[in-house]
Design a protein around this ligand. Structure first.
Ligand code: NDP
Length: 262
């Protein structure tokens, strides 16, 4: 099925690893141009630069911290100038903070709120003039099941995630008259750099595969395993596609059945 993405241009933040990298790979393979960023530009170019592309699609890789509004405006402007417009944004850059509630400092709370809210606000604000001109404009905010299902030692990240879910719904309502769809995906446990870092920090003394299998069992993931970045990328690219033209203000869980709410 043609997803209608060929020749379109998408901004993907945090694309040097994990979910963002898998999204960039899928878009390029589908013939869409991507403007991608991460703070470490060298690692980003090494990861995205060699990805195969079809139909003449290209990637523009730029170093940018999504918390820096000025840098985001320059990054998004450079992407629009390079490709002649922007048709969609995936707000993916981010990470979580594991810390007991009353050991979380005020600064860490502020950083989590900034990372979850301003990374999205900065990027969408910068892209909006081009999104308003696109006939297929779409924003996907990468969120976490944690937004609805809180967990111990993730208070600041969870609260900021819940706020982002709420913000995304408002954004969908306010931007609908401009023809810009806005949706959220809420991830469970996905096999990316985040979990490799936690595995190393845990010093578990067992192979990574065994450690993640036990993690999946302990968390009660219905499918019995953690997910891959590619399994996340497909539903996100599907939401970007104009074939999802009647989907806005929605939130899709991608967690292999880890969520416990209905
Ligand atoms: P990874 O740690 O594998 O990759 C994160 C990417 O974001 C990297 O490219 C990193 O590059 C970039 N990044 C981080 N901070 C910034 C910043 N301030 N500005 C620009 N780029 C940044 O993460 P995942 O692929 O696992 O996660 C992707 C998204 O999904 C994140 O928002 C994450 O919180 C969310 N998520 C992931 C889950 C999981 O289990 N993996 C679960 C729930 C949510 P660099 O360091 O060079 O900036």
């Amino acid at each position: 099925m043609d997803l209608g993405l060929t020749g379109r241009t998408f901004v993907v933040t945090g694309a040097s690893n994990g979910v963002g990298l898998a999204i960039a790979a899928m878009l390029l393979a589908d013939g869409a141009n991507v403007g991608v960023c991460a703070r470490d530009a060298g690692r980003l170019r090494a990861a995205v630069g060699g990805l195969p592309a079809t139909a003449g699609a290209r990637a523009l890789c730029l170093g940018c911290d999504v918390l820096d509004g000025g840098a985001v405006a320059r990054f998004v402007g450079d992407v629009a100038a390079e490709f002649g417009g922007i048709d969609g944004v995936v707000n993916n850059a981010g990470q979580s903070l594991m810390r007991p509630l009353f050991e979380t400092t005020e600064l860490e709370w502020t950083e989590q709120v900034q990372l979850k809210l301003f990374s999205v606000l900065n990027t969408v604000r910068a892209a909006l003039p081009w999104l308003r001109r696109s006939p297929v404009a779409s924003v996907v905010n990468v969120n976490a099941i944690l937004a609805r299902q809180p967990e111990a030692r993730l208070a600041a990240t969870g609260a900021a995630r819940a706020a982002l879910l709420n913000l995304s719904a408002t954004m969908a309502t306010e931007l609908a008259p401009d023809g810009v769809r806005v949706n959220s995906v809420c991830l469970g446990l996905i096999d990316t750099g985040q979990w490799h870092r936690r595995y190393e920090a845990a010093g578990a003394g067992q192979p990574y595969e065994q450690w993640t299998a036990e993690l999946a069992r302990d968390r009660g993931i219905a499918l019995g395993r953690i997910g891959s970045a590619e399994e996340v990328a497909f539903p996100i690219v599907g939401l970007l596609s104009p074939r999802s033209s009647y989907v806005t203000g929605a939130s899709l869980d991608i967690g292999g059945g880890v969520s416990r709410y209905v």
